[in-house]
Design a protein around this ligand. Structure first.
Ligand SMILES: *Cc1c(COP(=O)(O)O)cnc(C)c1O
Length: 434
């Protein structure tokens, strides 16, 4: 069989190109038009033997890099011993060890009382369950979600997602959500939490009483917008005042990306519900979790179910990830150090682009270059030079750095150097024309 594996696939009806048969809906493969064969740590290798530094990391699904050797070993061991791979939501040793480790290393040290609900395996499944539960607990249907928020693309979660391109993917009514303005949406002068409080307090504002306030502490897809701790505390207060549950969607910002396991650690809040997915399994295996304050665990048995609730292989790797990276503060401290390196480097690049801004916190950072076209060109150039990196934001105007948290410092610097050169490369014609 011969086919082209580099470049845009031939999509004609009789195409021999395997990806020519893949739906037009494919997306990342368009930005990185090659075929990948291997991945290890923060390095990916394509079919031509070219290596790339991975600053996309599955949109923060690979916080510990590709194919962590300890996780691989645990998987091989478990599989060769015929450990249970699929078990609906049956009790298995893999699940028991995950729950116990999560409680011991993550929940107990923080004094968090959460129960764990394993939903279907993707992030949007966790968000659907969280919204459904909040509505059930409060008997209300309205959910407050924010400008630039991203929560998934199944209909319930999509209603809470702000991006028009995603919303236009369905013609059913996306209902039950009222949009509020995220921190900083109206500039630094206006406290949008105060505004939300006023709207919810005013019986004639047109805002229905909310079941929940659903928020990301750092908006990943929406442009790496980081909410301040004080704004998050206000939201928490507002939620209580108005009888709504606070749901933190920590699917992208959680699992260490911001320099703590939860993105809201050290903010002085205790959300009623937290959603986790992306890097939870640590290996890129699908796993989603809803953390529920016991008072709100009002599900009836089997009321919300699913065939793939809890993925035993993912439990296994998630347990290894917790034991390896969260038994002390080394990774967290390392993330903060590397965050400073990336922040400084992006600031240097920003000096080349008037009006650009560095956004985010921890190792969840991006450079807003003010134009989707420019950001896209910078990422294309970077890919041509061996760096996998993507954009985010309403216009794709933010070049986002989502390097695995475990990227060795030398490789982090090498990736940043490629990015810096790509920025310079893009600005060259403009400079020449001026
Ligand atoms: C990715 C993401 C989701 C959706 O997760 P899927 O696995 O793509 O369904 C939800 N919320 C946030 C914050 C995300 O980043």
């Amino acid at each position: 069989m011969t086919f082209t594996v580099v470049g845009e696939p031939d999509t004609s009806a009789r195409s021999k190109h395997p990806f020519g048969r893949e739906s037009e809906v494919r997306s990342y493969s368009r930005s990185f038009p090659t075929t990948f064969v291997h991945a290890e740590g923060s390095t990916m290798t394509d079919i031509n033997g070219r290596t790339y530094i991975d600053f996309l990391a599955g949109c923060s699904t690979l916080n510990y890099g590709h194919n962590d050797p300890d996780m691989t070993a645990a998987l091989i061991d478990y599989l060769s011993g015929n450990g249970v791979t699929h078990g609906l939501d049956l009790q298995t040793t893999a699940k028991a060890e995950f729950i116990q480790t999560f409680v011991d290393l993550i929940l107990e040290p923080r004094g968090l009382p959460y129960r764990l609900q394993f939903t279907g395996p993707t992030g949007t499944n966790a968000v659907e369950a969280a919204l459904k539960l909040a509505r059930k607990v409060t008997g209300r249907s309205n959910v407050i979600a924010f400008t630039n928020g991203f929560h998934g693309v199944t209909v319930g979660a999509l209603a809470a997602t702000a991006n028009r391109q995603h919303r236009m993917g369905t013609s059913v009514a996306l209902s039950g959500v009222t949009r509020a303005m995220f921190d900083g949406y109206l500039g630094t002068e206006v406290d949008t939490a105060d505004l939300l409080d006023r709207l919810l307090s005013d019986p004639s504002s047109g805002y229905d009483q909310p079941a929940a306030i659903l928020v990301e502490t750092v908006q990943g897809e929406g442009g790496i917008n980081a909410a301040s701790a004080s704004w998050m505390r206000s939201l928490s207060r507002i939620a209580k005042k108005h009888g709504a549950l606070l749901i933190v969607d920590d699917i992208q910002a959680g699992c260490g990306r911001t320099g703590n396991f939860f993105s809201f650690d050290d903010m002085g809040i205790e959300p009623d519900i937290v959603t986790l997915s992306k890097s939870l399994s640590g290996f890129g295996l699908p796993l989603a979790l809803v953390l529920i304050h016991p008072d709100h665990d009002q599900w009836l048995p089997a009321e919300h179910n699913g065939t793939f609730r809890g993925n035993n292989l993912a439990f296994l790797t998630a347990t290894v990830a917790l034991k390896k990276f969260w038994h002390n503060d080394d990774l967290a401290n390392d993330v903060r150090r590397k965050g400073q390196i990336v922040h400084q480097s992006l600031s240097e690049m920003g000096k080349l682009i008037p009006g650009s801004v560095v956004k985010g916190r921890g190792l969840f950072l991006g450079l807003d270059v003010g134009s989707g076209e420019l950001a896209g060109e910078i990422c294309r150039q970077a890919f041509a030079s061996g760096l996998v990196i993507e954009t985010s934001g309403a216009y794709g105007e933010v070049v986002k750095v989502l390097a695995p948290l475990t990227t060795p410092a030398s490789q982090l610097l090498a990736g940043l150097e490629i990015l810096h050169q790509s920025v310079q490369e893009q600005l060259r014609p403009t400079v020449a024309a001026g």
